[in-house]
Ligand binder design. Sequence first.
Ligand code: TYM
Length: 343
Amino acid sequence: MSETTNKGFTPRIFSGIQPSGGLTLGNYLGALKRFAALQGDQAETIYCIVDLHAITVWQEPAILKARIREAAAAFMASGVDPAQSILFNQSQVSAHAELAWLFNTVARVGWMYRMTQFKDKAGKNSENASLGLLAYPALMAADILAYQATAVPVGEDQKQHLELTRDIAAKFNHDYGVNHFPITEPLIEGVATRVMSLRDGSKKMSKSDPSDASRINLTDDADTIAQKIRKARTDADPLPGSTDGLKDRPEARNLVNIYAALSDQTPDQVLARFEGQGFGAFKPALAEVAVEALSPITKRMSEYMNDPAEIDRILGDGSMRAAAVATPILEQTKDIMGLLRSR
Ligand code: TYM
C-alpha cells in the first residue's frame, strides 16, 4: 500500500463481483480466494455483490434475486466470513448510487468511451447500449471511494477501471482542493490474475463465453470438472522444467498456473514435479487438485442456498454496517461540493 499517497486514510480493502450468472474458476482464483485470504490482516475488508452493475445489461427480474443469493453463497463458501468482513449487496446501500452521480460530474465522457469493457460489452451498436453501461466505471469508483478504500483486490481485467477510479479521486481532490479520497492501490497479485479459457489460451475464462466447456463453474460437479479438464486444449509437447519453457504455449501455461494457484505452489514448483511428462499424465493430476479444492466449495454453496432467508439476513446486516461507514463519507463529499444539507 502506498504510504505517500494514502497517508491518513484507514487501511481498508474493498472489492465486488457482479451477480450476472454463474461464477467461474477465474472469479474464484482471481478474486474470491484472495478476498478470503485478505481477511483478518491489518485492513478492514468490505465485499460487495454489485447488483446495480449487473443491470447495466438486461437481467431477468425473476432470476436476479436468486443470482444475488448465489453470489453471496459463493463468497461465504470460498471463506469470506460475514463476521470478519462486511458482506452485502450494492443496491441496499444508497450511498453507492448517490456518490456515482456526484462522480458523473467529475469524470469526463471521453474517459468512459475509452474503457475496453464498454467497447467489448456495447459491441458494434454502442448507441443502443444503456447509459448505465457507459457510466459503469463511475459507479465502480463510487463503490470503492464511498469507503475511502485504500486497496482493491481484482483480476487483471479490472486494471483499467481501477486506473479510472484513481483518476476520479485525483481530479476530485484537485478540483476541490482537498485530500478527501485516497488514490486506491490495485492488488493484482499471484499466478491466477488472468485465468484463460480452456478452449482458447488467448481468451479470458468468462461466464459470458457461449461454450460451457471453456470454463469451470463453481457449481460444476466432480465428473464435469474432470471431463472439462480432459478436453481442455493443449499442445503435444511434454512439460518443461521451468516457466521459461512455457513462453509461447498459452494453453500449457494456463493449466500450469491453475494447478499452481489451486495447490498454493509456484508454477516452477509444479513444473519441477511434472518436467518431461505429457498432458496425459498432467491433466488427471490437475483434475484431482481441482476437484479437491472446488468440491467442498460447491457443497457449501448448495448448503447456503438451501437457506435463502439466512442469506438475506446476512446481506441485510452487512448493508447496515456498510451504510454506517459510507454515509458520513458521502455527507462530507456533499459538503465539500457545496450541496446544502439541513437534516
Ligand atoms: P466481475 O464480476 O466480472 O469479476 C469479479 C472478479 O473476478 C475477476 N475475474 C477473473 N480473475 C482472473 N481470471 C479470470 N478469468 C477472471 N474473470 C473474472 C475480476 O477481475 C474481478 O476481480 N467491474 C467488476 C465488479 C466491480 C468491482 C467494483 C470490483 C464493481 N465495482 C469495485 C472491484 C471494486 C466486474 O465486472 O467484475
